[in-house]
Design a binder for this molecule. Structure first.
Ligand code: PBG
Length: 321
């Protein structure tokens, strides 16, 4: 008889034949930084995750560094919004201030900035509106301005998340022409128009005031299109290709892993986090085990890097082991 159970007999043999491992080295922790002072506000739909003002963020950063998490991904919540999101390329913008603060006080922590407009526009869409839709090419110009501004503040990596066509070519050229040819780009290559972003939009105050994002984010039904989009980003010079969300898109993570010779990242988004937290709070699932199994499945699917709100919890468990 073919016997597969021989190699499952004890924990030690299971350790020896284990194919996939989750490591602290894989993790990026997202941070929400709000303009203002004395802010440390828990996000209701994301238990354990808070919005901090810069004067309070050290509590969080100290913990991230002590847990040896390699990188953070920054999201800003500005005090002022306008039609174009002009705050995004201001030297005094919240992200620019945050990057300078973090690089000064935690020089080794790797700082990635999300480049988008939805948290900064009065209408909540990811760029400049024209006839009630986001104007791709006009938005590209602002994406370049924002990217250069983040680079000048000292960001270690730029992550454009708006799903405008031509973004990576535009950002690469802008960075190269401004003396940042060594700054890598993590492309939100395959970003689906997903209901799983709900809690994030509360957290970052970035829900569109009308309509949805379906003219720029991808249709959840499409798989071939994911390869097409990632091919463009790959050829335009993205250093890392990302899939977002993660859990409902494990097939896409594997497709990218098999098709591209680039590190693959996935974003374990707010709704995925909220579901596990909510069921855990009710006692309906073993929260810790479901969390670890979910993240492991992303690695098994082919992700080299996981952006996750669970990063601190996972790191604590992995240190314990
Ligand atoms: C856009 C952006 C979003 C997320 C990350 N970057 C929201 C959106 O596209 O509406 C979602 C992340 C999450 O849900 O955790 N700036």
């Amino acid at each position: 008889m073919f016997r597969t159970r021989r190699l499952r007999k004890s924990e030690n043999i299971r350790r020896l034949v284990r194919e996939t491992k989750l490591s602290i080295d894989d993790l990026i922790y997202p941070l929400f930084i709000e303009e203002g002072e004395n802010i440390e506000k828990e996000i209701v739909s994301m238990p354990g995750i808070k919005r901090f003002s810069l004067d309070r963020i050290s509590i969080e950063l100290d913990e991230v560094v002590s847990l040896n998490i390699p990188a953070v991904l920054l999201f800003g919540i500005p005090s002022e919004k306008d039609d174009e999101g002009t705050e995004t390329w201001s030297d005094q913008g919240i992200i620019q201030k945050a990057v300078r603060f973090i690089k000064k006080n935690y020089p080794k922590l790797y700082v990635i900035t999300d480049v988008c407009f939805c948290e900064y526009t009065s209408h909540g869409h990811c760029g400049i509106l024209h006839d009630n839709d986001v104007d791709n090419d006009a938005t590209l110009v602002n994406i370049a301005k924002q990217s250069i501004s983040h680079a000048k503040a000292g960001a270690d990596m730029i992550a454009p998340s708006g799903m405008m066509d031509g973004t990576i070519a535009m950002v690469r050229e802008a960075l190269d022409n401004s003396g940042f040819s060594n700054l890598p780009i993590m492309a939100y290559s395959v970003k689906y128009a997903s209901a799983f972003y709900g809690p994030f939009r509360d957290a970052a105050d970035s829900a569109p005031s009308f309509g949805d994002r379906k003219t720029y984010q991808m249709d959840a039904a499409n798989r071939d299109e994911a390869i097409r989009k990632a091919t463009f980003d790959d050829e335009e010079g993205a250093d890392i290709l990302m899939v977002k969300p993660a859990l409902s898109y494990l097939d896409i993570i594997r497709d990218l892993k098999n098709n591209f010779d680039r590190p693959i990242a996935c974003y374990n988004v707010s709704g995925e986090y909220a579901m596990i937290k909510a069921a855990g709070e009710k006692g309906w699932i073993d929260e810790e085990r479901v969390m670890m199994e979910s993240l492991l499945s992303m690695k098994r699917a082919g992700a080299d890097i996981i952006i996750t709100y669970f990063a601190k919890e996972v790191a604590k468990i992995l240190i314990r082991k």
